[in-house]
Design a protein around this ligand. Structure first.
Ligand SMILES: Cc1cc2nc3c(=O)[nH]c(=O)nc-3n(C[C@H](O)[C@H](O)[C@H](O)COP(=O)(O)O)c2cc1C
Length: 535
């Protein structure tokens, strides 16, 4: 039975048949079409390139509009572009698709080719329709999310806000203007790939979704939507300890998608062990330990309205579903599908508490205790990392590293990687930007040597908005980047589909901009002098 790999609607439509695993060279690619299939499709499609020595036989093809709204009007006038972008792929049983292949690549004759992310752009032009969220520009998304959430503006401000005067967030963004790409011409950049290997696993792009907590305040599906979108595109989802869904529920939504877990380190070792064992069992492959939030930052946007969802039991679902945490209070763990009520209405919950509502009171009590565990104000020393190393057998990555000295200490303590991050400016106001920090960190010979040997992975976070931002971070030496607030605005506006389309938008931007800058893969730019000019 051929297995459907049609989750990526930007792939060319392929039903691939091989009578056996060995006669794959005789591949026949079958399409079923409602209208005449233009031959351009075959010569353009990724799958044709993949077969290299043979031109696949095209019998017929099937057209589907990717928004499932039927064939758009005007299609007959411009069939070629339409065909290029709206078909799904099926792979033969000989090459069962992993989730990454499913989402991002096509395997033909045993060879895998990266998806052309730029096809997303072509599809937008071809459709003559606005993108799913009405815009691909992050500042407009932010405004649209503010408008959509205007009756619960505190939820928007929780995402938008930063520490103090928001100066760190501003520095994060402004410093991208200090580094500029130097485009190169007449170079081989026709066939481009964004493939990136992290901790021995090949991913289709250098993008990961940043761990963001409390997603259920902006959309009823919360983390289920974002982890589902990440899985569909094949990029790692980093689940926050402050999620509004359980570890097990997020794992289920993520399915066979790649997923990492972000740990806010509980005070209690027993609780830490319980969380780690659930994380492992649920198929999370890497552990990201956030170091910059031993206590919450000074955030005027939230303080002014005393907005802290955890205190109503929202964003505490990892704790509420944990047997060790709940046993401290003589209670059983909540079911793994436990989720907070939508929409989150703090005034209403306070009223219920005042009226003695037992459920609301219990959530508030447990929420406060959970926050006391995971943002306890207890600052841990480097030596404590040994405990996590002993009890986690996958990669360990420290999030929040901002200077060469701490990056070198991370190497000394045997961790596998760092995320250069200032938490999107939400913790220390007046801090250096992450791009500046990355530049300094990459000047450490010890860091560069550890990275080159493959022992130490460097990720970048805070301020990524566009394709050129990604290219700049990688040119400064990062191996991959975390995408944060923009996906939260996309979630608020369009749920899972919105997040998926915004991920595709930034990756199309990276893919196009990489080529226009004269490069065909990320190895050509990673940490390379001459890619950027600096003010
Ligand atoms: C609403 C919100 C919640 C966040 N929650 C977490 C979290 O639970 N754990 C964590 O490590 N980082 C958290 N972060 C920080 C992000 O992982 C990331 O560092 C930050 O969003 C990057 O900045 P940017 O969004 O401006 O690019 C949060 C950020 C936001 C905006």
């Amino acid at each position: 039975m051929p297995r459907c790999a049609g989750s990526n609607l930007l792939l060319p439509a392929v039903r691939y048949r091989a009578a056996s695993a060995t006669d794959a060279d005789e591949a026949v690619i079958i399409f079923q079409t409602r209208v005449k299939l233009p031959s351009e499709l075959v010569s353009y499609a990724e799958v044709t390139k993949a077969s290299e020595s043979k031109t696949p036989t095209v019998s017929s093809g099937e057209l589907r509009h990717y928004s499932n709204s039927g064939v758009p009007s005007g299609i007959k006038q411009r069939p070629t572009l339409y065909y290029l972008c709206h078909v799904s792929a099926q792979l033969p049983p000989a090459f069962p698709p992993s989730s990454l292949q499913t989402a991002m690549t096509t395997t033909i004759n045993g060879k895998t080719t990266a998806t052309s992310w730029a096809m997303y752009m072509r599809s937008l032009y071809a459709d003559r329709q606005p993108p799913t969220l009405g815009t691909v520009a992050v500042d407009k998304l932010e405004e649209a999310a503010r408008e959509k959430l205007k009756d619960r503006i505190e939820a928007f401000l929780y995402v938008f806000g930063s520490a103090g005067t928001c100066s760190t967030h501003d520095y994060n963004r402004n410093d991208f203007h200090k580094y500029k790409i130097i485009p190169r011409m007449l170079r081989d950049a026709t066939h481009r790939t964004l493939e990136t290997t992290l901790f021995g696993v090949q991913y289709p792009s250098p993008l990961l979704l940043a761990p963001i907590g409390v997603q259920g305040i902006v959309h009823p599906d919360g983390e289920l939507a974002t982890s589902g979108a990440a899985a569909k595109v094949g990029i790692p989802y980093i689940m926050s300890t402050a999620s509004t869904r359980s570890i097990e529920a997020v794992a289920q939504a993520s399915g066979s998608g790649p997923r990492w877990y972000q740990l806010y380190w509980p005070k209690s070792n027993e609780l830490t062990l319980s969380v780690l064992s659930r994380v492992k069992k649920a198929g999370f492959s890497a552990l990201v330990i956030t170091l910059d939030t031993m206590l919450l930052g000074w955030r005027p946007h939230d303080i002014d309205t005393a907005y802290l969802p955890f205190l109503h039991g929202v964003g505490t679902q990892v704790g509420f579903t944990d047997p060790v945490f709940m046993a401290q209070f003589g209670k059983d763990a909540y079911p793994v599908d436990h989720a907070p009520q939508w929409p989150y209405d703090p005034a209403h919950l306070d009223e219920r508490i005042r009226q003695g509502d037992e459920t609301a009171k219990e959530h508030a009590f447990l929420g406060e205790r959970w926050i006391g565990e995971v943002a306890s104000g207890v600052f841990r020393p480097w030596e404590d990392l040994a405990f996590l190393k002993q009890n986690w057998d996958g990669p360990i990555i420290l999030k929040g590293i901002m200077c060469p000295e701490d990056a070198e200490l991370a190497i000394d303590h045997g961790v596998d990687g760092i995320v250069v991050s200032n938490h999107g400016g939400r913790q220390v106001d007046g801090s250096i930007s992450t791009l500046y920090a990355l530049d300094k960190i990459m000047q450490s010979p010890k860091v560069r040597e550890a990275q080159a040997s493959g022992r130490f992975t460097i990720l970048f976070d805070s301020g990524i908005r566009t394709g050129s931002d990604v290219i700049k971070a990688i040119a400064l030496g990062a191996q991959a980047v975390l995408y944060g607030r923009p996906f939260m605005y996309a979630l608020a506006l369009g749920g899972q589909d919105g997040v998926e389309s915004q991920i595709r938008a930034i990756l199309a931007d990276v893919h196009v901009t990489l080529g226009l800058s004269g490069f065909k893969n990320l190895d050509e730019i990673r940490g390379k002098a001459g890619v950027l000019a600096r003010d």
